[in-house]
Write a new protein. Structure first.
Length: 520
C-alpha cells in the first residue's frame, strides 16, 4: 500500500510492528521479506518515486581530506535509492575479509563467510543473477575458449563477478508493484525521518519524527526500527538524534560516523603483452560473468598488505575514459550519470563498454580496486549548516592510512614480477609509483560510490556501534541495515553483501517477533 506523507494529517500517529527507514537496496530487500506476513510493516522513504531536486538537496554536505564526489550526487534520495544509478556488479567477500589480520588494525568481522553463504544465495535470487556460481573452473568448463591469465596461482587467482542483464536492477522500478500491492507493507513516500526519540534511559526507541517540504510532520511508533538510509545518512541520523543522548544514539564510545571506508579505484599501470590477446575472461561474457585478478590470502599475509583486485581495459579505450573523480563532479547526480554514459560512447554515438571486447590488443590499462583500511580518522560528522528540514548536514572527511599507498605499489609490483617471470609481457607503472619515497596517491584515485563502516559491527560495545545481529548496542529495538555495519570493506563492491546481511537481519527480527508472541 502506498501513502504520500504530504497528504496525511499533520501531527498524526502511524503505528506498525516494524518500521524500516529508507527504501533503497537494503530497505526494499528487507521489506520484500515481510510481504503477506501477519506483520504490519511501515516503510518510510524520504523521496517520492522519481528524482526530486528539493529532496536530493537534503543530501548536500561538506567533504574534506582525500578528494571526493559532491555528497549531493553520490547517492540517490528517492524510492529505490542509489540502485537507480548503480552498475550492478556483484561478487562475494573473500573469506579473508572476515578474518582478523594482524597487519590491519581493527580488522575482522564477528563471524566468518560461512555465516553469510545462505544469505548470499538468497540475495543472488533477489537480484535475479541466474545460477549461483562463483567458481572460475565452472565458467571455464562452460566456455572452453576462455582461460585465466597464466600467472602463479600462489600469487594471483581469477575471481568471478556477476552483473544484471540486460541492465543492472533498479530496485525502485523492479519492486515498486510488489511493495505497493502488499496490504501489510505501508510505504510512505516523502517521509523523511528527521529525529529518533528514545525512552528516558535511552534503552529503546519510542518514536521517530517524519517531515517533508509541505511543512507537515508525523510520528511513527513500532516494536522494532531498522535504519536503512545508506552509510553516510545512517551515521548522520544517529548523530543528529541527540536530544536525549548528547553525542547521538549508539555513540557512547564515539564510533558513530568513524571508520568510513570506500573501495578505492586507481588507474596507475599499463600491461603490455608480447602477443596481442583479448583477455576475454576479464571482459563481460554471456550470460553475465567476468573475472578480476585477485591476490591470494597467503601473499596478502606475506607482504602485510590490503586486499585488491585488478581489471583490464584495452588501452586505446581506456585513454578515452577519465577517472571517475574527474567526471563525477556536479551536484546533480543525473548530469554526472549522463556524462559518464557519454564517455562510454564512441565518436559515432555507438555505446561501448569498457568490459566488452571483440579484438585482441597488446596493451591494457590496469585498474586496481583497493580495500581501504579501517581508520577512525576517516569519518562522517555533522556540519554546522542545517538542511531545509532542520537536520545538520553531513561532513565527510575521507582519509587513508599508510597501508593503502604501500599496498597499491606492492600489488602493481607483484603483477609486474609475475608478468615478467611468465614471459607474458611487462607492466609500466605510473612515474610517482616508481618512487618509493613518494607517498602521494595517484591523481586518478577515486571511490566506487561504495560507502561503508560508519556504524561498524563488533560484539564488544566498546569497539563498535552494532552487534553481530546489527542491533545498536544498548538500544534493544534499533537495528541498522546496510554497509555502514561493515567492520572491513574488502576489495569487493558492497551491495550484494549488504543485501545478504539485510536478509539475515530480517530472519533475526522474524524470530524475535515469534518468540515474543509465544510469551503473550
Ligand atoms: C554510480 C554508482 C555505481 C555503483 N555501482 C555499484 C556496483 O556496481 N556494485 C555495487 O555493489 N554497488 C554499486 N554502487 C553502490 C550501491 O548503489 C549502494 O551500495 C547501495 O545502493 C546502497 O544501498 P542502501 O540501501 O544502503 O542505500 P541506498 O540505496 O542509497 O538507499 C537509501 C534509501 O534511504 C532513503 N533515505 C535516506 N535518508 C532518509 C531519511 N532520513 N528518511 C527516510 N528515507 C531516507 C533514500 O532516499 C534511499 O531511498 C554504485 C553506486 C553508484 C552511485
Amino acid at each position: 500500500m502506498h501513502l504520500d506523507a504530504r497528504q496525511e494529517d499533520n501531527d498524526s500517529l502511524i503505528e506498525g510492528d516494524i518500521c524500516i527507514i529508507g527504501a533503497g537496496a537494503a530497505g526494499i530487500s528487507m521489506a520484500l521479506e515481510w510481504v503477506d506476513t501477519a506483520y504490519k510493516v511501515i516503510l518510510l522513504e524520504g523521496g517520492g518515486f522519481d528524482y526530486d531536486d528539493k529532496v536530493q538537496e537534503l543530501y548536500r554536505g561538506v567533504t574534506t581530506g582525500q578528494n571526493y564526489y559532491p555528497l549531493k550526487s553520490t547517492c540517490l534520495h528517492y524510492f529505490g535509492g542509489t540502485t537507480g544509478h548503480w552498475g550492478g556488479l556483484c561478487s562475494m567477500f573473500d573469506p579473508i575479509a572476515f578474518q582478523k589480520r594482524a597487519w590491519i588494525d581493527q580488522s575482522g568481522w564477528p563471524f566468518n563467510e560461512q555465516e553469510l553463504l545462505e544469505y548470499y544465495k538468497r540475495a543472488h535470487s533477489v537480484l535475479a543473477l541466474g545460477e549461483f556460481e562463483f567458481e572460475v573452473d565452472y565458467w571455464l568448463k562452460q566456455n572452453p575458449s576462455l582461460f585465466s591469465m597464466p600467472l602463479d596461482q600462489n600469487v594471483f587467482w581469477s575471481k568471478i563477478w556477476r552483473y544484471g542483464v540486460p541492465t543492472s536492477m533498479k530496485f525502485g522500478t523492479v519492486f515498486r508493484d510488489r511493495i505497493t500491492n502488499a496490504g501489510n507493507v505501508h510505504l510512505y513516500t516523502y517521509a523523511n525521518v528527521v529525529d529518533i526519540r528514545t525512552s528516558e534511559n535511552v534503552s529503546s526507541i519510542s518514536e521517530v519524527t517524519v517531515k517533508n517540504h509541505s511543512g507537515k510532520t508525523q510520528k511513527v511508533k513500532a516494536k522494532y526500527f531498522v535504519l536503512a538510509c545508506s552509510a553516510i545518512q545512517n551515521a548522520r541520523l544517529l548523530l543528529a538524534s541527540n536530544k536525549q543522548s548528547s553525542r547521538g544514539l549508539g555513540n557512547h564510545n564515539d564510533f558513530v560516523g568513524r571508520y568510513f571506508m570506500e573501495n578505492i579505484e586507481i588507474k596507475a599501470a599499463e600491461l603490455w603483452l608480447k602477443e596481442p590477446n583479448r583477455l576475454q575472461l576479464y571482459m563481460n561474457n554471456p550470460p553475465n560473468f567476468r573475472a578480476e585478478l585477485a591476490i591470494t590470502p597467503a601473499k596478502q599475509a606475506e607482504y602485510k598488505i590490503l586486499n585488491g583486485m585488478l581489471s583490464f581495459v584495452p588501452l586505446e579505450k581506456a585513454r578515452k575514459i577519465p577517472p571517475f573523480i574527474k567526471t563525477w563532479t556536479s551536484d546533480d547526480p543525473r548530469e554526472d550519470r549522463k556524462r559518464q554514459g557519454k564517455i562510454y560512447e564512441d565518436a559515432d554515438g555507438t555505446r561501448i563498454s569498457r568490459f566488452f571486447e571483440s579484438d585482441a590488443h597488446e596493451s591494457f590499462e590496469v585498474t586496481l580496486r583497493l580495500e581501504q583500511a579501517p581508520n577512525p580518522l576517516s569519518r562522517v560528522t555533522l556540519s554546522n549548516e542545517k538542511d531545509e528540514l532542520g537536520v545538520p548536514r553531513a561532513h565527510l572527511h575521507w582519509q587513508f592510512t599508510d597501508l593503502e599507498r604501500r599496498s597499491l605499489r606492492k600489488i602493481y609490483e607483484m603483477l609486474g614480477e609475475q608478468v615478467g617471470i611468465k614471459g607474458i609481457g611487462r607492466i609500466k607503472l605510473q612515474d610517482n609509483l616508481q618512487d618509493e619515497n613518494d607517498n602521494s596517491m595517484p591523481s586518478s584515485t577515486s571511490g566506487g560510490w561504495h560507502h561503508m563502516g560508519t556504524t561498524r559491527m563488533n560484539n564488544d560495545p566498546k569497539k563498535g556501534v552494532v552487534n553481530s545481529n546489527c542491533q545498536v548496542h544498548g538500544i534493544h529495538n534499533l537495528y541498522v541495515a546496510g554497509s555502514s555495519c561493515y567492520p572491513n570493506g574488502g576489495a569487493v563492491n558492497p551491495t550484494f553483501t549488504l543485501i545478504a546481511l539485510s536478509l539475515r537481519l530480517s530472519d533475526h527480527l522474524k524470530r524475535k517477533l515469534k518468540e515474543e508472541a509465544r510469551f503473550i
